[in-house]
Structure formats: C-alpha cells, structure tokens
Design a binder for this molecule. Structure first.
Ligand SMILES: [Zn+2]
Length: 131
C-alpha cells in the first residue's frame, strides 16, 4: 500500500540513504536503501514551524510530537499513555552537592516503569502503516 504525503499526519517527507544520501519515498515500504543496502535516515519537512499552541493542545503523551514521528495515520497509533513523565526538583540533594538545582525525570510513571516504554511504542505504527 502506497500513501501520499497529503494523507499523512506526520511531517515525514523523505528517506535518505545513510551512506550516499540518495532519496527514497517515505510513503512506500522501504527496508534499507536499494543503492547501498544500508539503513535509511528520515527527513522531515519542517518549513512550517510547529507552534507552541499546536503542541500544547495535543495529547498529553509522547504522541503530542507525532508530527515528528513516522505516524502516517492516527488509527495506527499504539499507546498505553507513554511519555509526559514529570521532572522532580531535588533541592536537598542539590544543596548537599552544592548545585544550584537538580532535577530527576520520573520515568517510573510510564506503563513499563521505564523510559523504554517510549521506545517500544514509537516504532509500532510503522509496520501498521503498510498493513
Ligand atoms: Zn546509498
């Protein structure tokens, strides 16, 4: 199944060979570059800037940044609520180590209890795009 860019939610625009830069369609199933048999690098069309308002109105999950991920259709999104974990201030530990501030990212609130929840969720839509 081939898609066209106007059907996509993502700003994924093209794929490039990681060795020689040859361009490939991001809307056709690609595994490695046909020219060098090496991984492809995603290229995003960012000429239309992402405004803070657009991001703030999006889901409160990692998918608020979905336009920068290869999510081609909303129906292909896989999520258990990953992301948007809080940063916690640790003032006493900061003072003990003579730091002006110290923050801890609480990844324990992810479904897996780990930052790995994001890594497990984001590649999932790619195969579904072609199902
Ligand atoms: Zn190449």
């Amino acid at each position: 199944m081939n898609l066209v860019a106007s059907e996509s939610l993502s700003r994924l625009a093209t794929l490039h060979c990681s060795a020689c830069g040859t361009s490939y369609s991001a809307f056709e199933l690609q595994r490695v570059s046909a020219c060098c048999s090496l991984p492809l690098v995603a290229g995003y069309d960012l000429h239309e800037a992402l405004s803070r308002d657009v991001i703030d109105q999006a889901d409160s999950s990692m998918w608020r940044y979905g336009v920068l991920l290869p999510l081609l259709h909303e129906k292909n999104k896989v999520t258990l609520g990953e992301g948007m974990t809080p940063m916690l201030h640790l003032p006493r530990l900061a003072a003990r180590h003579e730091l002006s501030s110290l923050l801890l990212k609480d990844e324990g609130q992810n479904p897996t209890g780990s930052f790995k929840a994001r890594a497990l969720a984001w590649p999932s839509p790619k195969p579904k795009n072609w199902a």
